[in-house]
Design a protein around this ligand. Structure first.
Ligand SMILES: NC(=O)C1=CN([C@@H]2O[C@H](COP(=O)(O)OP(=O)(O)OC[C@H]3O[C@@H](n4cnc5c(N)ncnc54)[C@H](OP(=O)(O)O)[C@@H]3O)[C@@H](O)[C@H]2O)C=CC1
Ligand SMILES: O=C(O)[C@@H]1CCC=N1
Length: 289
């Protein structure tokens, strides 16, 4: 679907803007992917940031609808689709500074904030007179290269097909899975926190190569490709990862010698515990006011 098709199917005006409150790492990846994949144009996008430096960077990149004041922005674009992309800890103070009733004509509010539930977001937005559904989108930074495993949930199904605004945006940046909100903490850990874990694993794999005498660049390229290849095998063959591992380990060979060391050093357990810790932290963050 093109952006115009999406807007038409939602019965929204052709010049409806996507408004990003917060233009940092995550919003930046989402926005740049949507534009680089020709789903959106820079003119479809409006961004607010905190600092003059960030504003200048966006303007230098050709995003001219960039603001330092959320009230000015929302008054200029009262019928825009609003994406809340500030840190969860800043959400409360950001909303406290919004003028009463300022979101009453917005057709949809989408939060990408970790932890915070649709219920707590809806309660906090009470003074803005926003009366539609709240949708949560949990993207990951691999959005930038079209490889995010994005997650979506909502408090009530948005009217007039408006969920497609979010699912289409996410689908242009990778896969998009709609979940029950109860599963969001755990799923966010596995889908959105995990790129950080995997970057560490890739870096460590490359360090191993460097230790064994490979040039750094070569080691990093090989390590990244090995991760990509293994992930593709799991996704495309449908085989259990344990079986795929067995297919690499020759009897008495080199691989199983490395696997022994991974098991001895608790790599498997470390990853399980990492997901548990991220899930628990996300649950804790849901209590932020
Ligand atoms: N990073 C990730 O991988 C993921 C992050 N998320 C969620 O995305 C959200 C943003 O995270 P991330 O992009 O990493 O954080 P960043 O710190 O990179 O970005 C936060 C942005 O918010 C802006 N900002 C701060 N206060 C305000 C305000 N009052 N009004 C408007 N803009 C404001 C900042 O402006 P300035 O640039 O001037 O500082 C910055 O652009 C978080 O809620 C996080 O949970 C979700 C999934 C993955
Ligand atoms: O670290 C965080 O809280 C956010 C959520 C998912 C990825 N980054």
């Amino acid at each position: 679907m093109t952006w115009l098709d999406v807007l038409q199917s939602c019965e929204l005006n052709e010049d409806t803007k996507l408004i990003f409150i917060g233009g940092g790492n995550m919003a930046g990846a989402l926005i740049r992917r949507a534009v680089n994949s020709n789903f959106l144009t820079k003119d479809d996008i409006v961004i607010s940031v905190k600092s003059k430096g960030s504003q200048t960077k966006w303007i230098d990149e050709g995003y001219n609808n960039t603001f330092l004041d959320n009230n000015d922005m929302l008054k200029k674009y009262p019928t825009g689709i609003v994406f809340i992309c500030v840190k969860p800890q800043l959400f409360g103070s950001m909303v406290d500074q919004l003028e009463e009733g300022i979101l009453q004509d917005s057709p949809l509010v989408v939060s990408i904030m970790a932890g915070l539930s649709t219920q707590s977001i809806a309660e906090k937005l009470h003074s803005t007179l926003y009366s539609q559904s709240i949708v949560r989108l949990m993207p990951s930074t691999p959005c930038l290269v079209g490889a995010s495993a994005s997650l979506v949930c909502y408090n009530q199904l948005p009217e007039n097909n408006r969920l497609s605004i979010v699912t289409e945006l996410a689908s242009h940046a990778g896969t998009c899975t709609i979940l029950d909100e109860k599963q969001f903490h755990a799923a966010s850990a596995v889908a959105a926190c995990s790129p950080a874990y995997v970057y560490i694993l890739i870096e460590a794999l490359a360090d191993g190569g460097v230790l064994a005498g490979l040039p750094r660049n070569e080691a990093l390229t090989l390590a990244a490709q090995a991760f990509q290849g293994a992930a593709k095998m799991v996704a495309e063959t449908g085989k259990h990862p344990g079986l795929l591992k067995d297919e690499v380990c020759s009897a008495g060979g080199a691989t199983v010698a490395g696997v022994r060391l991974l098991e001895k050093n608790g790599v498997r357990s470390a990853l399980i515990e990492a997901v548990k810790a991220s899930t628990e932290r996300s649950e804790e963050m849901s209590k932020i006011k």
